[in-house]
Write a protein that binds this ligand. Structure first.
Ligand code: CAP
Ligand code: MG
Length: 431
């Protein structure tokens, strides 16, 4: 290491992290330097350092240096950050530190932020979900089975009248929640207020006809002030949910909205479109676990966490780890890579299983993820050979069968809609 560099001063393998420090776990792949040097560079650039020694770096500031306290041969490193480095209630600031410049350093081939342990002092700054698992179940009065949701397809393009017609079929067929797609916001063929008005009329009608509670995960994603305006309209119409594309809208916007939605009493359905841009590579980027933890901290009520049998890339182990992290009060990992997390007052978040699901896959989803989830079935309802109403019925029938432990083939003998769905899709896992 040259004399103007001081990266290794950020490595202290005998250091014992303190309770009030923020801990981060990275996987680092160095480029032409040792793992220790690479680890030091990550700790430096994510705390107070830069590429050279500094004349402004006085002794009293050294207490702000992050410390690498663990390095493993497989590239896993653990770093402790003094809390004074952070603005404790700002997710953007925390991420600009620990998930900022570090990903682009030339001396590092790849870097992945795997996990973070937030100390009590950080957790205390955030509200977490307003309703969480129990609150949402209570809203819908559903306690003994997964909650169901359906996104009308095609994703965008249906005008408001057609959208409302399909919504009526979906909801009266037995699905609990209508959900907008992530790229349906307020396009000219289906503007926001017109759609809200139309769907709330549908919900009123279906609730009267069926006696079941229904809800609308309406996508308010937009520029932040516009999102607030849309959320207020949703509350005026007495719907109880909004959906936000949390990653394309941004963490700051989500924090603002979480505050606004407290007074409006609206639950947040978090869609994670964009996550795979940085979560998918096993070596680089930031894990979905991190996304889910930040979303829980700020306070979404439901979040898509992947599903092991669907159309999107997901590993069973990862999905189940995220599920535990967002639902348990004290998360204790099963390996020694991830970190313990105490959630204190922060409520559990409902996991959403979605992406390529259809009736034939639902028993497996419940077997793996249990019944305290939302199952979202879009194409698997709208693609039913006899239409959306039959598709919605088939979803409910598949859930009934799964909850009663009856094989789908057997249940399908007396349930026509399920039989027709199985004739089309069987048990295939789509790509
Ligand atoms: C599902 C979905 C969701 C995906 C996203 C879609 O539709 O609405 O956006 O679930 O993936 O457009 O694909 P289908 P994830 O039911 O028709 O597949 O949940 O993994 O974030
Ligand atoms: Mg979608």
């Amino acid at each position: 290491m040259s004399k103007f560099e001081w990266y290794e001063e950020f490595v202290e393998l005998t250091y014992k992290p303190k309770e009030d420090e923020l801990i981060a776990v990275f996987k680092v792949i160095p480029k032409d330097i040792t793992l220790t040097e690479a680890a030091g560079r990550v700790a430096s650039e994510s705390s107070i350092g830069t590429w050279t020694t500094l004349t402004t770096m006085t002794e009293d500031l050294r207490k702000l240096m992050a410390k690498v306290y663990e390095i493993r041969n497989n590239g896993i490193i653990k770093i402790a950050y003094p809390l004074d480095l952070f603005e404790l209630n700002s997710v953007p600031q925390i991420l600009s530190s620990i998930a900022g410049n570090v990903f682009g350093m030339r001396a590092i081939k790849a870097l992945r932020l795997i996990d973070t342990r937030f100390p009590k002092e950080v957790i205390e700054q955030f509200k977490g979900p307003q309703f969480g698992v129990e609150g949402v179940k209570k809203k819908l009065k559903i306690y003994d089975r997964p909650i169901t949701a359906t996104v009308p397809k095609p994703k965008v393009g249906l005008n408001t009248e057609r959208y409302a017609k399909v919504a009526y079929e979906i909801l009266s067929g037995g699905v609990d929640l209508l959900k907008d797609d992530e790229n349906l916001t307020s396009q000219k063929f289906n503007p926001f207020i017109k759609r809200l008005d139309a769907i709330m009329k549908v919900i009123d009608k279906v609730e009267n006809e069926t006696g079941e509670r229904k809800g609308y995960l309406i996508n308010i994603t937009a520029e932040t002030r516009e999102m607030i305006k849309r959320a207020k309209a949703v509350a005026d119409y007495e719907n109880e949910f909004v959906m936000i594309d949390i990653l394309t809208a941004g963490w700051a916007a989500l924090q603002t909205l979480r505050d606004e939605l407290e007074d409006l009493k609206l639950a947040i359905h978090a869609h994670r479109a964009f996550h795979a841009a940085f979560t998918r590579s096993p070596d680089h980027g930031m894990s979905m676990l991190m996304v889910a933890k930040l979303a829980r901290l700020i306070g979404v009520d439901h979040i898509h966490i992947g599903v092991p049998v669907g159309k999107m890339e997901a590993k069973v182990k990862d999905v189940l780890t995220i599920q535990r992290e967002i639902t348990e009060r004290t998360f204790i990992p099963k390996d020694n890579v991830l970190l313990n997390q105490e959630w204190y007052h922060i409520k559990p978040v409902l996991p959403v299983a979605s992406g390529g699901l259809h009736p034939g896959l639902l028993p497996k989803v419940i077997e793996v993820m249990g019944k305290n989830i939302i199952v979202q079935v879009g194409g698997g309802v709208l693609g039913h050979p006899d239409g959306a109403y039959a598709g919605a019925k088939a979803v409910r029938q598949a859930l009934e069968a799964a909850m009663k432990n009856i094989p789908l083939d057997e249940y399908a003998e007396t349930h026509k809609e399920l039989r027709r769905a199985l004739e089309k899709w069987g048990y295939i896992r789509p790509k």
